[in-house]
Design a protein around this ligand. Structure first.
Ligand SMILES: Cc1cc2nc3c(=O)[nH]c(=O)nc-3n(C[C@H](O)[C@H](O)[C@H](O)COP(=O)(O)OP(=O)(O)OC[C@H]3O[C@@H](n4cnc5c(N)ncnc54)[C@H](O)[C@@H]3O)c2cc1C
Length: 388
């Protein structure tokens, strides 16, 4: 893909920041309790967060392609820090497009400045794949809604300043049409949070958020009643591509480090790079990563042109993280016994990338989406469930 001068300039800035400021602390940051908010604000000041968000809310109004380039660069340095860019773009877009302007004016500029983290609240204890079947209840009470229930598996659960969550305002059996979105500041009375003991992405953290009769002003509703599900699904077409790019970037970092290693490490009197049994797998994975990356940018170009890209986004969301995981695994093996050490970053990248084989929708669900795009709802016709 050929970059414009502006894209090239942003890329150079992001890439330098990622390699000099982020990469050296990738493993140390995993052991810290949470993300350094000063680092987030610094990225905000440098214009490295929410570049796609509208100028009226402090963003630069840049394209999805440019946002993808930026996220790729940040994730190359620190996969987990790039969750900040991911969530700012996803949640900022949902808020800018659907929230009341007064609400968007409060929260979107904070996202762009790196001053706030807004989590996404879709999954519940009973499941994430069948997201339309959610149960958290929102009942209207005068000029408020009252929230009762639990959101599970929420990234940044104990760090986020607010959450855009999806709640049932319709009857128990109302399906996707009975779901409404709300922005909920997490300092409100009645909110409780936990953190799970996760395999990876420990800097981000994941956990449950409980809402015990939490009163949210009615003007914090995001979009019309019953429109929440459609809104988040449109956002997912975007975030799925950005997630694939995060994973591809992490794998590329491992591949680059492995190429450097195989030039130096010698066995049987020769550098490892001389053995095609070593170099060919690296070439094969780099080829697959390059193909996945191109499909990501194709999907983003379609999005920027206002054209459908649901199938392409679902394709890269399963193919990108899986290819990245397999590539990093190969890199770890190529480092021999050194690779099997917590001192090297490959094991952490493996764990971190694996999380996004699940988060935002599993490979099976992505394949169902592609099949649905091809043959219609026949591909996803399920038994109807008992009311929540
Ligand atoms: C790192 C990480 C971050 C996350 N962050 C967030 C977040 O910020 N906000 C949020 O709301 N959620 C988040 N999640 C939750 C995530 O979106 C869900 O875990 C995911 O959608 C899957 O839901 P589930 O875990 O309930 O699995 P289930 O829905 O119970 O599925 C279990 C398994 O069965 C398979 N399966 C289910 N149905 C079918 C079917 N019809 N056909 C074939 N296979 C099927 C699935 O692919 C999966 O392998 C995160 C998860 C992870 C791991």
């Amino acid at each position: 893909m050929l970059l414009t001068d502006d894209q090239q300039a942003l890329r150079e800035l992001a890439s330098r920041f990622a390699r000099e400021r982020l990469a050296p602390g990738y493993q140390r940051r995993e052991r810290e309790a949470g993300i350094d908010r000063a680092l987030c604000r610094e990225m905000g000041r440098l214009g490295l967060v929410g570049v796609d968000l509208p100028q009226e809310f402090g963003g630069m109004g840049l394209s999805g392609v440019t946002t993808g380039l930026l996220i790729e660069d940040i994730a190359y340095g620190d996969f987990n820090v790039s969750y900040v860019q991911l969530l700012a773009s996803l949640m900022g877009t949902i808020l800018a497009r659907n929230a009341a302007i007064e609400l968007a004016q409060v929260w979107v500029p904070k996202l762009v400045a790196g001053e706030a983290i807004v989590a996404l609240g879709l999954t519940e204890p009973r499941g994430g794949s069948d997201a339309a079947h959610l149960a958290l209840k929102a009942s209207r009470d005068g000029d408020h809604y009252v929230l009762r229930g639990e959101k599970a598996s929420i990234s940044f659960s104990d760090q986020a300043d607010a959450i855009v969550l999806f709640a049932r305002t319709g009857t128990a059996g109302s399906g996707a049409g009975g779901v409404t979105a709300f922005l909920v500041p997490l300092a409100l009375p009645g909110v409780q949070r936990t953190r799970y003991d996760d395999v990876g992405s420990r800097l981000v953290g994941r956990g449950s958020i409980f809402f015990d009769d939490v009163r949210v002003p009615a003007d914090h509703r995001v979009g019309a009643e019953g429109r929440g599900f459609t809104q988040v699904m449109q956002g997912f077409d975007y975030s799925r591509v950005l997630i694939a790019l995060q994973c591809i970037a992490a794998a590329q970092a491992s591949i680059d480090e492995t190429w450097a290693y195989v030039k130096e490490r010698r066995t049987f009197g020769l550098p490892l790079a001389q053995y095609q049994g070593v170099s060919f797998p690296l070439v094969e994975f780099e080829t697959q990563l390059a193909a996945a990356r191109q499909l990501c940018y194709h999907a983003l170009e379609l999005r920027d042109a206002g054209r459908p890209h649901t199938a392409e986004a679902a394709m890269v969301k399963w193919f990108g993280p899986k290819t990245a995981f397999d590539a990093i695994h190969q890199c770890l093996l190529t480092f021999g016994h050194y690779g099997w050490s917590m001192d090297l970053p490959h094991q952490q990248r493996l764990r971190d990338v694996m999380g996004l084989e699940i988060g935002d929708g599993t490979a099976q669900v992505m394949k169902l989406i592609v099949a649905r795009e091809r043959v219609g709802r026949l591909a996803v016709q399920y038994a109807r469930q008992e009311p929540a």
